[in-house]
Ligand binder design. Structure first.
Ligand SMILES: Nc1ncnc2c1ncn2[C@@H]1O[C@H](COP(=O)(O)OP(=O)(O)OP(=O)(O)O)[C@@H](O)[C@H]1O
Ligand SMILES: [Mg+2]
Length: 467
């Protein structure tokens, strides 16, 4: 026990007060005294005691009144009461009022010391618990999910709350905001954590195959179906199915999915039997589903089925508080071996950037910066420059081009930067990026190859311009 614990002794009997305070002092505690409940209350207003030992019967307010008052004033301070022998009723009353313990007079010094030690120990434990709880509230991480902004804290709370039930969740947010990370965190914090988490991207699979991918098919269901195959719903049995880019699910499949969610059973393609499934569905989209509904591209009834628990992740630009913890996490994730650091100016610059690609773009920037310099601590100048200092449109394209010129970027390098930017805007989709750049896909591939060759050569014969 910490020897500097502060104890307040309350008794109207001067001899008793002196005896107890000197006893506590000898034991290495800091002991103080008060002659009445009122005085003790006054003292407690200005000062926090670790424990209070008080007589019950005193002129004016009693020890029990003191317990009640301290519960309001200092709810964390334990109170031990001293009762005269035979007044067991008031002892019971004292406990009811919230005293931690009582000792019966006359007592052996040992008995009082033990009671106080228990009280102090109890307080220390409670303090520790509170600290742990506070640390938990302030931690900027839940599973792999990172953030300390109010919006992200709300998401943490929501994730914790819904992890244990089976309601459908719809996660919305821009590209790279961490929708999949949220989905995984829900799964791995719930009772389904030891069952599979099965992600499927509705845009990555050709429309014709998506149905059999989800629900399975029987042998001979279509040309090429030589054997029967289990669908992802069955694979995810007992666990979670993550339907990514749900906004792009073809309308025909939307009605089938709706039926599965309602009936909790699937019908494999070409089969005439149904299979019951216990799967939690989490869907995500970066589309505005209400607009899709208005356009007639998304079923409203499916939307309501999925949107039982909506989780929206705002753009990173609206959560600058999340940038520092994300940067820390990405530094750890992408420094191989010894963990590297970053200057506070560089973090500040990152907090002010626009992040149209949200967390994913920030992660790319950190990863690239780490790869491009050997410096132990990343500086502003190490950050890929197109991201720095562009606080919400404050620097014009011309300014940015100027800073490219200052860094002696070749036209080729500048084009690569621009291509990176467009690619990340289109989630790495080469078809879309090529269309936006006004070149065909083959040209984009050829450029990527040329760049890879150039970078490999630079890696072998580093020039002064790198880093
Ligand atoms: N809050 C966050 N915590 C941890 N990692 C994050 C966070 N936000 C983004 N990331 C990182 O960014 C990357 C993209 O995250 P994720 O795939 O979950 O985004 P998304 O919202 O699903 O994007 P998209 O719409 O493009 O599919 C991941 O590598 C992830 O680690
Ligand atoms: Mg995603």
């Amino acid at each position: 026990m910490d020897s500097t614990c502060k104890i307040l002794v309350v008794d109207d009997d001067l001899a008793m007060r002196e005896m107890l305070t000197s006893m506590f002092s000898e034991e290495g505690y800091e002991a103080d005294c008060a002659a009445s409940a009122d005085e003790a209350i006054e003292r407690s207003r200005d000062e926090e005691f670790d424990a209070v030992l008080s007589d019950i019967k005193m002129p004016g307010r009693s020890g029990i009144d003191l317990v009640a008052a301290l519960r309001e004033l200092r709810p964390e301070t334990p109170v031990v009461l001293m009762t005269a022998f035979g007044t067991i009723d008031s002892a019971v009353e004292a406990m009811r009022a919230g005293a931690l313990d009582y000792v019966t007079k006359p007592f052996e010094p040992e008995v009082v010391l033990c009671a106080m030690e228990r009280a102090l120990e109890r307080r220390a434990l409670e303090q520790e618990n509170r600290q742990l709880r506070r640390a938990l509230d302030q931690t900027s991480q839940l599973g792999d999910l990172i953030g300390s902004s109010p919006a992200m804290r709300e998401i943490f709370a929501l994730v914790r709350r819904v992890a244990h039930n089976r309601s459908s969740v719809l996660i919305t947010g821009g590209s790279g905001t961490g929708k999949e990370v949220v989905a995984r965190t829900i799964h791995f914090h719930g009772s389904r954590a030891d069952k599979p988490f099965v992600p499927i991207n509705c845009t990555a699979i050709p429309e014709g195959l998506l149905e059999s991918e989800l629900f399975g098919h029987v042998r001979g269901a279509f040309t090429g179906a030589h054997t029967s195959k289990r669908g992802l719903f069955e694979t995810a049995s007992g666990g979670t199915l993550f339907l990514d880019e749900i906004g792009d699910m073809p309308p025909g499949l939307q009605s089938k999915l709706l039926r599965v969610l309602q009936d909790r059973e699937i019908r494999p393609v070409g089969g005439n039997h149904t299979i019951p499934v216990d799967v939690r569905v989490i869907a995500a989209t970066n589309k505005e589903l209400r607009e899709e509904i208005e356009r007639g591209a998304f079923r409203e009834d499916l939307y309501y089925r999925l949107n039982v628990i909506p989780i929206h992740i705002p753009p990173l630009a609206e959560r600058p508080d999340d940038v520092p913890p994300l940067v820390e996490a990405f530094l750890t994730r992408h420094s191989d071996g010894a963990r590297r650091s970053i200057s506070s100016e560089a973090v500040k610059a990152l907090c002010n950037a626009e992040w149209r690609g949200n967390g994913r773009e920030l992660e790319n920037v950190i990863e690239r910066a780490l790869a491009l310099t050997d410096r132990e601590e990343l500086q502003v100048a190490d950050l890929p420059l197109e991201h720095v200092g562009q606080a919400s449109g404050s620097s014009s394209v011309v300014d940015r081009l100027h800073s490219c010129a200052v860094r002696n970027l070749t036209l080729e390098e500048l084009q690569d930067l621009y291509i990176d930017e467009v690619m990340s805007l289109h989630n790495g989709n080469k078809v879309h990026a090529a269309a936006a750049l006004g070149i065909d896909r083959k040209t984009l591939y050829r450029r990527a190859e040329r760049r890879a060759r150039r970078e490999a050569a630079e890696h072998e014969h580093p020039t002064a311009s790198v880093g």
